[in-house]
Design a protein. Sequence first.
Length: 65
Amino acid sequence: MTADPGEGPHMRQLLGAYVLDALPAAEAHTVARHLQTCDRCAADYVEVAAAAALLPLLSEEDLLE
């Protein structure tokens, strides 16, 4: 994996949609490939995936606060 966080394009803006399986197949494939080579985005992916896993625990009242 690359250690330079400034190297190449990053996929962080797409991670939420990627985690929720809301990207077109070609774009999801591009993100998946990128995550295999970028430490920075892979770490961000773990955080986004953890946050997404908590979404079912929220109630409608939680969202209105």
